[in-house]
Ligand binder design. Structure first.
Ligand code: HEM
Length: 340
């Protein structure tokens, strides 16, 4: 439980820093321009560096995880998703993982029978449901935020916003994705707190991103539904940032600076955290390799190039010495036995 305490303390500090910085010291340029730029740079170069590093790691063996019939004789039906044998099938498998979290859907959880003698495996879909809700809600919320970063706002952003607010309640309109995001992250956190064996293995780095996301979604919701925010001023500030002509706008509430500081922290933390699974999935050899071991030779990239010295070359090199010592030569043997 020490991990959760550290994560909570870190979050409190992360909220207090912009609070003191803006309210007490008036450092709007630091929190509105310098820190967001620095966070973007760390995010961009950090992610790039990790992806490049992963892309250079050789795969000595073909190790796809298989869970179905391998490609075999024509009349035996192959399981193309669970045992892909071509690049196309691998792409299908990875995409189903990225968009549908397919392996998580197939997740099973073991249960010990009432007598304690038998173990059964039952379908466990809760984690899949929370994960799907969280990731799609997060994507939709971030996508909707493009209205701050673009001028004119592209029509898909307006379309998603209209779709997201289909309940048509509240002023400003309630956006479902923002609330689903908050609920889903809370459920993911509750899962770690309520299930004893999960609590046991959870570390600070498991709790911290969840706390950070809860705080980001909460400050966002407070701005939208309770405290209110000067949206045109936010847009002016953000447009200045994206056009690399930063301008300082007065009169944007403290809550916005806390929101943006937490987002900056998330961005800077991303490349060094487990959140990099977003890019790691594409470099996971158990998912991204085809199971074609028997059909295609896989060169182990770790093998150094072997300089062969064939027997023919050896014989050629030592012909005189071998003849002198009376050692039979292969070519004379083959001509005398009539072998070619
Ligand atoms: C990881 C990235 C981010 C997440 C997860 C996030 C999340 C949220 C959420 C859940 C809301 C509540 C309202 C809604 O559902 O739209 C919100 C509102 C808001 N966010 Fe973010 N946000 C992120 C990044 C940013 C950035 C980079 C900005 C800078 C412009 C920003 C500015 C705002 C503002 C101004 C609001 C209030 C919107 C309104 O009043 O309509 N957010 N955010």
């Amino acid at each position: 439980m020490i991990g959760i305490a550290y994560a909570l303390i870190a979050l409190i500090i992360l909220i207090l820093v912009p609070w003191v910085g803006i309210q007490g010291l008036g450092l709007t340029y630091l929190f509105g321009v310098i820190i967001p730029y620095a966070a973007m740079a760390i995010f961009f170069f950090g992610v790039l560096q990790r992806l490049l590093k992963w892309s250079r790691i050789p795969n000595p063996f073909k190790i796809p995880t298989t869970g179905g019939q391998q490609k075999s004789l024509n009349w035996i039906r192959q399981s193309k998703f669970d045992n892909p044998s071509s690049t196309g099938q691998v792409i299908g498998r990875v995409l189903s993982e990225v968009f549908l979290f397919r392996s998580l859907f197939r997740n099973l959880s073991p249960r010990v029978g009432t007598q304690g003698t038998s173990v059964t495996y039952a379908s466990a879909k809760w984690l899949w449901i929370f994960a799907i809700l969280f990731h799609y809600a997060m994507f939709t919320t971030v996508f909707r935020h493009l209205r701050f970063f673009t001028n004119p706002v592209p029509w898909p952003v307006g379309f998603v916003e209209g779709f997201d607010g289909w309940l048509e309640v509240g002023i400003p309109q309630v956006m479902i994705s923002g609330l689903v995001l908050l609920c889903a992250v809370c459920l993911l956190l509750a899962r770690r707190l309520v299930i004893p064996r999960l609590r046991y293995i959870s570390l600070m780095n498991d709790f911290f991103p969840l706390f950070l996301l809860i705080a980001i979604a909460t400050t966002g919701a407070l701005m939208r539904y309770i405290v209110g925010i000067n949206v045109p001023s936010v847009k002016e500030l953000v447009m200045g940032l994206v056009s690399f002509r930063p301008v300082m706008i007065e009169g944007i509430g403290l809550l916005f600076y806390i929101h943006i500081f937490l987002v900056s922290t998330l961005l800077a933390y991303f490349p060094f955290s487990k959140l990099m699974h977003a890019g790691g999935i594409f470099f996971s050899p158990t998912r991204s390799m085809a199971n074609d071991n028997r059909a295609v030779h896989h060169d182990n990239p770790w093998n150094y190039t072997v300089k062969f010295h064939t027997y023919d070359a050896f014989e050629e090199e030592f012909r005189d010495k071998m003849t002198e010592a009376g050692i039979p030569l292969d070519d004379t043997l083959s001509s005398s036995t009539g072998k070619d």
